[in-house]
Every structure is written in structure tokens, then in C-alpha cells.
Design a protein around this ligand. Sequence first.
Ligand code: HEM
Ligand SMILES: *[C@@H]1O[C@H](CO)[C@@H](O)[C@H](O)[C@H]1NC(C)=O
Ligand SMILES: *[C@@H]1O[C@H](CO)[C@@H](O)[C@H](O)[C@H]1NC(C)=O
Length: 330
Amino acid sequence: MYILRNIIIVATGASLASALDFVEYGNKAFDAIKRNLPDIDIIKPRQLALCPAVWTQVATELSTTFLNTTDLLCNDDARAAIRAAFHDCASWNTSVTGGCDGSLILAPEELTRSENNGLQDIGPKLLALTKKYQAIDSSVTAADMIQFASSVAIVTCPLGPRVQTFVGRTDSSTANVEGLLPDVNAPSADLITLFANKGIDAAELIALIGAHSSSKQFHVDETQAGAPQDDTPGEWDVDFYADTSSKPAGVFVFASDASLAADPQTSATFQSFVGAQAKWNGAFTPAMTKLSLLGIAGGSTGMIDCTAAVPLPRLVPRSLVQRQPIMDRA
Ligand code: HEM
Ligand SMILES: *[C@@H]1O[C@H](CO)[C@@H](O)[C@H](O)[C@H]1NC(C)=O
Ligand SMILES: *[C@@H]1O[C@H](CO)[C@@H](O)[C@H](O)[C@H]1NC(C)=O
């Protein structure tokens, strides 16, 4: 569906770069640019600085790593990489240092914390990739590898959008502050405050937790290890938003997601994504880019936009696209 729209826009003569910006990132980035809001430092248009060629090589390797070639869905490593990007950045708030600094995989103490349970397999894999590609281009950092891998993982899931992706983060092997990641049993009000203290508002939080559309749990209830959070794990669809309330058999709903779905402050936003793939992608992508910049002074200022090195959204089976609401398809 995105591919089709890109082709249409490119055919009208707009540059490929701007076509992608406006299709993939939604109106928020565009509005921020037009109105010159503070967001402009965080979600800004493509720059002229060239993305180092090494990231194209990284993308090729990761696309293979994250795809299950049997069912054509994104796999366990993809899910874990998306969550790793969240955990490296979000162990931060506006009064501490750290954030997206690679410490999740560079500081052994951080990766082994219980709040990072489930990431202990992907951590060493991302670290090995960092070292492999650092030997080719010394500008590669672990912090960038984590965020870039998440973007490739998302786009490898059927229906996954291309998230605007920057490189240029500085690594740190000092563990981030513990206890700043959300607890699955925390009430919605606490979760909203926790994210507000990271600069992420309630609407952005609701868009971001849609990542659970692709996820499985292994540690909340170990007797149900592998239980998914919607009926189609490995697809980047919006079933999560419906399934959190309807709880189909086999779906393991997190208490945190149920609480946010029911909270009067967030329930309307939550419901607005039910059956609305394009709307969700439009809200998710700028929020994910913002998440990928937490703790970095100046946001994306001085960083290089490597979105073009992230593969294009995959063509997905017709049966899957046809399940989407008609207005959302084209
Ligand atoms: C209220 C906020 C959130 C809470 C309480 C939460 C909690 C959790 C928990 C408990 C798991 C299962 C881990 C396991 O048992 O192995 C999980 C998995 C996951 N989460 Fe979240 N999460 C939140 C927000 C997010 C955000 C913002 C993202 C990304 C943008 C995200 C992406 C994922 C992914 C992709 C998985 C699957 C990991 C895998 O299958 O290995 N989550 N989350
Ligand atoms: C790939 O998908 C098939 C079919 O769903 C599944 O049986 C297999 O375990 C998956 N392989 C990996 C490596 O995840
Ligand atoms: C940030 O986290 C630290 C450590 O938990 C805490 O002391 C501080 O109050 C938090 N600041 C904000 C703005 O939430």
C-alpha cells in the first residue's frame, strides 16, 4: 500500500525524498515544519549530508536476519530489536543523563537487569553487528545500530512503515538509571506520567504501544511463554488495538495496555486506531523517531538522516492487505 502511494507521488514529479517524508511520517512532521514548532528540532526534513554507505550494508544483513522466509512475517529477533530500541532510549527522563546511548548493550549490568528480561539474546547480536561494521566504518556506534536495527525490523514486518532514522549518537558504557522503564502492572496514570517525564505525551504513548501488534511475551507469565499481544504477531497491523479489549483466545493482554485502553484520558486515542492502519502509522512513525532521540541534546540537530538506507516497506500478501479497511488501503 505504501509502495503504491509512493509511486503515485513520485510520478507527479515530487522528489522521492519529500514523497517519502510526507507519506511515511504523516502530517505531524509536515505541520511542525510549517508552523515552526519546537518539534522542528526533533522531526526535521532530510538533510544534504550523506548517510555513510555502511548503513546500506547493515540494512541488507538485517533484512535477512529479521525475516522468517517460511511465513514471510518478522521474527523473534525483529520483535526483540524493536523493544531494544525502546529500552536503550527510554531508561531516561528529563532530569538524568543517558537515553539512546548504546548502554543497553555496552554496559553488561544494564542488559542483565530484570526490566530488560527478554533482550538478553538480541543484545549480544546487536553488539557483534556493531563491531563488525565499526571495522568497516568507525563512525558506526552501538546506539545507532540499535535504532537502525529497529527501523529495519519494523519495515520487515508486513505493513510496517519506514520510520525516519538518524545516525550520529554517542556511545556510553555507563549503565543508565534503573527503574525508568514502564512496569507492566503500573496503572495508566503512572504510565502517562512516566512517559511525560521523557517528553512523550499520552497520545504518542498510545501510538507507540501499538508496537505490541508484533510482540510476544516470555517473562510476564512464563507458563505462557511465546503468547502474543494480538492475533497476528509478526504483522505490523492494528489488530492490537481491537484485541486489547476483545481478548481473542490465545492473545495475552498486558495489564498496562488494558489500563491505557480504559483510561478516559487515552481511551479515545486508543479506539481511534482500531481498524485505522494509515492513521496509526502516521502517529507511530514520528513518535518512534522522537523516542529514538531521547537524551540527545539538540535532538536530530547535527545528526545524519539515514532513512533512505532503511529498506522500503515490503510488498505484502494480497490476502493481508485486503483485510485492511478499504479507505486505508490505497
Ligand atoms: C506502557 C508501556 C509499555 C509496557 C508496560 C511494555 C511492556 C512490555 C512487556 C512486559 C513485554 C514482554 C516482555 C517479555 O515478557 O519477554 C513487552 C514486549 C514488547 N514490547 Fe513493550 N511495553 C511498553 C511499551 C512499548 C513500546 C513503547 C515499544 C516500542 C515502541 C514496545 C515494544 C515491545 C516489543 C516489540 C515487544 C516484544 C518483544 C519480544 O517479543 O521479544 N513496548 N513490552
Ligand atoms: C518461521 O515460521 C514458521 C511457520 O510459522 C515457523 O514454524 C518457524 O518456527 C519460524 N522460524 C523461525 C526461525 O522463527
Ligand atoms: C527522573 O528519575 C530520577 C531517578 O529515578 C528521579 O529522581 C527524578 O525525579 C525523575 N525526574 C523526572 C522529571 O521524572
